[in-house]
Design a protein around this ligand. Structure first.
Ligand SMILES: Cc1ncc(COP(=O)(O)O)c(C=O)c1O
Length: 315
């Protein structure tokens, strides 16, 4: 078990009141930089790239992308070149996230929103492959079939570490929840908390990623799409206050874009009586704490108001 990520039991008055066991799988602690679901998703992608002799990796992301940040560092560590296709203008190259990606050797290529929308189109991807024949292309968020294999290992670890009823994860591009669904194989309930607005596409995305090779349909999962708090990277001052209080009580750092929305959804679901007494819940901490640096830089968050020191959170 020594290389499993840690599983911690959380203490909170609400959990006592509703007689719930809540544990958290601290994937955020796996590595200071390639943290959380990024580590899981990149693991078999990097193996594939090394085994097939590619020179580098191309991937896509926004100006504060956790995936781009982790990928740049991972490529640096594996002597691979990284090319990031970034939505937005060139001045973002100096920001909290991308300045580090550049420091780790990633080449940044900025595109406008219209071009960025092509990121999954066959024609655009073929052009990229022709232009960079020795590069492996990984989709936005790192969510591809190889990523699912890495994420599925979380379920294997949890089956050895604990007994539980429900596993909860934030959902963005759906690679993480798809990996959990596939690794869990209908043993537990899997709940996804969508962090974006207008997420009707997610169910299709999960089916596409699972590419149902399984004999039995995998139907033990559900995505809640009413906890986005206004949309991607948006959050209200009340949400921030609740999240800060939760971090202070539990001693676990969260950020408000992904793991924070999962926590707020959890608190709401408990308060509306969604879980029966004695229900055992596991939360997946997907990392992303570097995002705090970006939020502070954009004045969306005050470093002084965050309960744990920023250096400890973004390392
Ligand atoms: C910190 C963090 N948590 C959760 C997610 C959501 O994961 P996925 O995109 O696989 O749904 C992301 C985005 O990839 C993320 O950066």
């Amino acid at each position: 078990m020594s290389n499993f990520s840690e599983l911690q039991t959380l203490q909170h008055p609400l959990f006592e009141q509703y007689q719930l066991q809540v544990q958290i799988k601290r994937d955020d602690l796996i590595d200071p930089i390639i943290s959380g679901n990024k580590w899981r998703k990149l693991k078999y992608n990097l193996k594939h790239v090394k085994e097939n002799g590619y020179k580098g990796i191309i991937s896509f992301g926004g100006a504060y992308s956790n995936h781009i940040h982790a990928l740049a560092f991972a490529c640096n560590q594996h002597d691979l070149h990284a090319l990031g296709i970034i939505r937005g203008e060139a001045h973002y190259a100096e920001n909290f996230t991308l300045s580090k990606a550049r420091k780790w050797g990633m080449t940044l290529h900025f595109v406008d929103r219209q071009t960025y929308r092509e990121r999954n189109c066959e024609k655009y991807l073929q052009q990229l492959s022709q232009q960079f024949p020795d590069y492996f292309i990984i989709p936005e968020g790192g969510s591809n079939v190889l990523a699912l294999r890495g994420v599925a290992e979380i379920c294997h670890e949890l089956n050895i570490q604990t007994q539980y009823d429900t596993l909860i994860t934030p959902v963005g591009s759906a690679g993480t929840i798809s990996g959990l669904i596939s690794g869990d194989n209908n043993q537990h309930n899997i709940l996804g908390i969508a962090v974006l607005k207008q997420t009707d596409y997610l169910t299709e995305e999960v089916s596409a990623l699972l590419n149902d090779k399984h004999n039995q349909p995998l139907n033990n999962w559900q995505i809640f799409n009413n906890y986005h708090d206004g949309g991607y990277a948006k959050f209200s001052p009340e949400s921030l206050t609740k999240l800060q209080a939760f971090s202070a009580v539990t001693g676990v750092p969260f950020e408000p874009i992904y793991s924070g929305k999962m926590i707020l959804a959890l608190l709401d679901l408990i308060n509306i009586g969604y879980f029966q007494p004695h229900h055992k819940i596991v939360l997946l901490h997907t990392g992303g704490l570097q995002g705090l640096g970006g939020l502070i830089e954009q004045n969306k968050l005050k470093a002084s108001e965050w309960p744990l020191p920023l250096e400890q959170q973004v390392r």
